[in-house]
Design a protein around this ligand. Structure first.
Ligand SMILES: [Zn+2]
Length: 317
């Protein structure tokens, strides 16, 4: 895992005897890149920091060492989860991860790259600090800033794929590379050489994938994503021999209803074939009627010409 280091002076040296038991996910509610956010944290005047920041492009920047407490979580607010103690600064018990979000209300969903980086970082931290691979309880785990400050930080981090995170963390032991495929930590490559990356890679690794279910081409953008369900809008898709994985910004990664889409595509093909290449009977009947009328006219003209010739012959005799 590639982690940029941009140290911030805004931190507690050490953890006052505590060790990290929780990972707190945040949203930046602004900024444009992880590096820009880290520069803000590096400014002593900002008086804030985070152990990590993850950009939209999946860049991970570390601003405060894991061994030190960041200045990310304020004082406890009414309605906080019951395991936080008034007598312990929550920054001593937590590792904070900021996720770059453009919207000031943190309404952005994570990009595929950001989700991949976030899951991998949390996985690494759970192993390193023996943090339970679960949504937070009194025993520890992962949660959002809202757990500590439910009044002022109800929208921090905003949308985050909690269910996918936990299944990723708990599936870690059963994550499997299909037989004959290769994985280098960020690109999964099938025997036919086609790559599977980011969220689609995570899905394949986490779902005991059939080794014969090769990708037919790299992930590609499609608008609309599905002919059979235009309401999905645009997204990305990767066709495999037996199925199709799809991604939209609102749904994340999911398995397409391949059969439904196939039927819609067949129906569209039949429509296109009958309307554009094969004339129907009424068109043929119209054409034959025009030909018949032309023959009738020609026959009348030939009869008239023959009559004129006969009259000429009679006059010459
Ligand atoms: Zn926050």
């Amino acid at each position: 895992m590639n982690i940029l280091q941009m140290p911030s002076p805004n931190h507690f040296d050490g953890r006052d005897g505590q060790t990290p038991r929780f990972i707190i996910c945040h949203g930046t509610a602004g900024f444009t890149t992880a590096q820009q956010t880290a520069q803000y944290f590096a400014d002593p005047d900002s008086q804030v920091s985070s152990n990590y920041v993850i950009g939209k492009d999946g860049t991970i920047v570390q601003c405060v060492a894991d061994e030190d407490g960041s200045w990310a979580n304020g004082i406890l607010e009414a309605g906080h989860d019951p395991w936080w103690s008034e007598s312990i600064n929550p920054n001593y018990q937590t590792i904070s991860i900021e996720h770059l979000k453009f919207a000031t209300d943190n309404s952005d969903v994570l990009t595929s790259e950001q989700q991949t980086a976030s899951f991998a970082l949390i996985d690494m931290l759970c192993t390193k600090w023996n943090i339970p691979r679960q949504l937070a309880t009194a025993q520890g785990g992962i949660t959002g800033h809202y757990s500590i400050s439910p009044q002022s930080r109800a929208r921090c981090p905003g949308p985050y794929p909690w269910d996918a995170l936990i299944s990723y963390l708990q599936g870690g032991s059963t994550m499997s590379i299909p037989t004959g495929w290769h994985d280098n930590g960020h690109t999964l490559t099938a025997p036919n050489g086609v790559p599977v990356v980011a969220g689609f890679r995570d899905y394949v690794l986490a779902h005991n994938w059939d080794a014969n279910n090769w990708p037919l081409q790299a992930e590609q953008g499609r608008t609309p994503l599905e002919l059979s369900n235009p309401s999905l809008g645009g997204g990305t898709a990767q066709d495999f021999r037996y199925t199709t994985l799809e991604w939209t910004s609102s749904k994340g990664v999911f398995v397409a209803w391949t059969g439904v889409e196939l039927q819609a595509l067949r129906a569209a093909l039949v429509t296109a074939t009958t309307t554009s290449t094969t004339p129907d009977n009424s068109t043929i009947i119209t054409a034959l009627n025009i030909a018949s009328t032309t023959i009738t006219t020609l026959t009348t003209d030939l009869t008239a010409a023959n009559t004129a010739i006969q009259q000429s012959l009679t006059a010459l005799k």
